[in-house]
Design a protein around this ligand. Structure first.
Ligand code: BGP
Length: 491
C-alpha cells in the first residue's frame, strides 16, 4: 500500500488525568467523580455523600472493600518527565491527556483558581512541547469536581455552565499559543449509559440526610446534556476570543456507530439506524448547531424536553466545534429481539459470527478493524469535518518475563487498525492523526483495575496495589516507533 498518511499526521497516544496521575488529594486537589466511581460500579449503590449538619461539611464514605487504584494511578503526577521521554522516544507527534478540573477549581465553584494545580499543568504542557509533541487536551474527562455533584446536582443544574466557562477561560488564557487541540467533554454521548461519570448527574442531595436519593431519569439527563451543549458552545466562543488559531473539538464514543443490523430484516436495519441516531444526536447538536427534529419529536412524545433559556439555541447555532474526536474500540450487532447494552468500549448486542478474534476474557471485546474505516466514512459523510481518532487500543493481560513483554496481539491490532485508517483516508476522509489509547499501562476506566493493560510501556503495578511502578518497554514499543518513523509506510 502506498503511503496514505499526510506529512503532518499527528501520531501519538492518549491518557486521562484520573487514570494515571494519582496524587488524588495533593496540592489542593479535591475529589472528582471518577475518584469515587469504582465503589458505585462495584456496589451498584449511589455514592454515600452526606451533609454533616454539625460540622457543616460534606462527608464522603469510600467503600472499604474497594481498592481505589486510581488514587495513586501510575504516579504520573510525579513521574511524567520519565514517561513523556519514552513517548518521545517512540517519535510521538502528539500526546493527549486531560486537565483535572478539580486541580484547578477543587470544589468547582471557587472564585480563584488553585495556583498549585495550574503550576503542575504549566510544567506538564511545557515538557510535552519541549519534547516536540503537540499537546491535545481534554477539558473534562469524566472529571466533574465531586462538590459540584453533591452540592449542586451535577450538570442538571444550570449553574455548572458558569463554573465550567470560568474553568475553560482560565486554562485557555494560561495555555494560549501552547495548546492547539482542545476537546470539551470526553465521550459526552455516554451521558445515558454512565450519567454519573459522563454528566455528573445524580439527584439533588436531599435536605434530610436520611432520605434516599431519587433515581436519575431521561428528562434529567436531557437537561444535563442541554447544559453541557451550552457549555460546549461557550468553550468554543472562549477559544475563538482567546486563541483563535486553536481548535475546539467534540469527543464521542463512536464505536457505537459501528452497530450493524443482524440481517436484512427491515426491522433490524431500521432498529440499528435508530440506535445509532441516539449517538449521532450529540454531534448533530454540537457540529450542526441545532436540535434535530427527531429529538424534538421524541421530547414532545415523552415529555422529556429540557428547559432552555432564551439565548441558548443561538449560542449552540453560532459556536459549533471545528473537528470531531472520537474513540473506537470495537463493533456491535443489533437485533430487534435483544436489548442493547454498552460499556466503556461501546455497544454490546449479539455476537458477530464474522469476527473471529477478540480481546481476552473477561472483557472479550470483538476485534473489527473494518468497523474503524466504517465509522470514519460514516462520520465524514455526515459532517464533512476533520476527524481525529483519539482512542483506539486493546487491553491485554500481561506479566513481565525476564524483564520483557512480547505482545504480538497488540502489534496485530494496531497494524490492522492503521491499515483500515489508511483506507479511510483513501476513501476521502480528512484525518488529523491517530492516538493510541493508553500508550503506557494505566488504571482502567471501566473496571478500575491494572490487569487490563493497553500500553506499549509496561508499569509494574497490580490489582492488589502492589508493584514498584518501574516502567519497561514492550515489543509493540519498537513496532509503533517504526510506524511513526516511516509515517505509516511500514505497517
Ligand atoms: C474510554 C475512556 C477511557 C478509557 C477507554 C478504555 O471509554 O474514554 O478513559 O479507559 O474507554 O476503557 P477501559 O479502561 O474500561 O478498558
Amino acid at each position: 500500500m502506498s503511503n496514505k498518511f499526510p506529512k503532518d499526521f499527528l501520531w501519538g497516544g492518549a491518557v486521562a488525568a484520573n487514570q494515571c496521575e494519582g496524587a488524588w488529594l495533593e496540592d489542593g486537589k479535591l475529589p472528582n467523580v471518577t475518584d469515587v466511581l469504582l465503589g458505585i460500579i462495584r456496589s451498584g449503590k449511589k455514592p454515600s455523600i452526606k451533609w454533616n449538619f454539625e460540622k457543616n461539611i460534606w462527608e464522603m464514605d469510600l467503600d472499604p472493600n474497594v481498592q481505589y487504584l486510581s488514587h495513586e494511578g501510575i504516579d504520573f503526577y510525579h513521574r511524567y518527565k520519565e514517561d513523556l521521554k519514552l513517548m518521545s522516544e517512540m517519535g510521538f507527534k502528539a500526546f493527549r491527556t486531560s486537565i483535572s478540573w478539580a486541580r484547578i477549581y477543587p470544589r468547582g465553584d471557587e472564585e480563584y483558581p488553585n495556583e498549585k494545580g495550574l503550576a503542575f499543568y504549566d510544567n506538564l504542557i511545557d515538557e510535552i512541547i519541549k519534547l516536540g509533541m503537540e499537546p491535545v487536551i481534554t477539558i473534562s474527562h469524566y472529571e466533574t469536581p465531586l462538590a459540584l455533584i453533591c452540592e449542586y446536582g451535577g450538570w442538571t443544574n444550570r449553574k455548572l455552565i458558569g463554573f465550567f466557562e470560568k474553568y475553560v477561560r482560565t486554562i485557555l488564557e494560561r495555555y494560549k499559543g501552547k495548546v492547539k487541540y482542545w476537546l470539551t467533554f470526553n465521550e459526552i454521548n455516554n451521558a445515558f449509559k454512565i450519567p454519573f461519570a459522563s454528566a455528573g448527574v445524580v439527584s439533588f442531595p436531599p435536605s434530610d440526610p436520611n432520605e434516599p436519593m431519587k433515581d436519575v431519569d431521561d428528562k434529567m439527563i436531557y437537561q444535563a446534556c442541554h447544559h453541557m451543549f451550552v457549555a460546549n458552545s461557550l468553550a468554543v466562543k472562549a477559544q475563538r476570543e482567546i486563541d483563535p488559531s486553536a481548535h475546539m473539538g467534540v469527543m464521542c464514543s463512536f464505536s457505537h456507530i459501528a452497530t450493524y443490523a443482524e440481517n436484512c430484516d427491515p426491522e433490524n436495519a431500521l432498529g440499528a439506524s435508530l440506535f445509532k441516531r441516539k449517538h449521532y444526536f450529540f454531534t448533530d447538536v454540537m457540529c450542526r448547531g441545532h436540535y434535530p427534529r427527531y429529538m424534538i419529536n421524541e421530547w414532545k412524545k415523552n415529555g422529556t424536553a429540557p428547559i432552555m433559556e432564551e439565548n441558548d439555541e443561538e449560542l449552540i447555532k453560532d459556536y459549533t466545534n471545528d473537528f470531531i474526536a472520537f474513540s473506537y474500540y470495537r463493533s456491535a450487532v443489533y437485533s430487534k429481539d435483544v436489548e442493547m447494552k454498552s460499556d466503556t468500549g461501546g455497544a454490546i448486542g449479539l455476537s458477530n459470527p464474522y469476527l473471529s478474534e477478540s480481546s481476552p476474557e473477561p472483557w472479550k471485546w470483538p476485534i473489527d478493524a473494518t468497523g474503524f474505516r466504517y465509522v470514519c466514512d460514516e462520520l465524514y459523510d455526515r459532517y464533512e469535518l476533520p476527524l481525529f481518532p483519539v482512542e483506539n487500543g486493546i487491553g491485554l493481560k500481561e506479566d513481565e518475563e525476564n524483564g520483557m513483554i512480547e505482545d504480538p496481539a497488540r502489534v496485530k491490532y494496531l497494524k490492522m487498525h492503521l491499515e483500515a485508517l489508511a483506507q479511510a483516508i483513501e476513501d476521502g476522509c480528512e484525518i488529523l492523526g491517530y492516538l493510541w489509547w493508553g500508550p503506557i499501562d494505566i488504571v482502567s476506566a471501566g473496571t478500575g483495575e491494572m490487569k487490563k493493560r493497553y500500553g506499549f510501556i509496561y508499569v509494574d503495578r497490580f490489582n492488589d496495589g502492589s508493584g514498584d511502578l518501574h516502567r519497561s518497554k514492550k515489543q509493540s514499543f519498537d513496532y509503533f516507533k517504526k510506524v511513526i518513523e516511516t509515517n505509516g509506510e511500514t505497517l
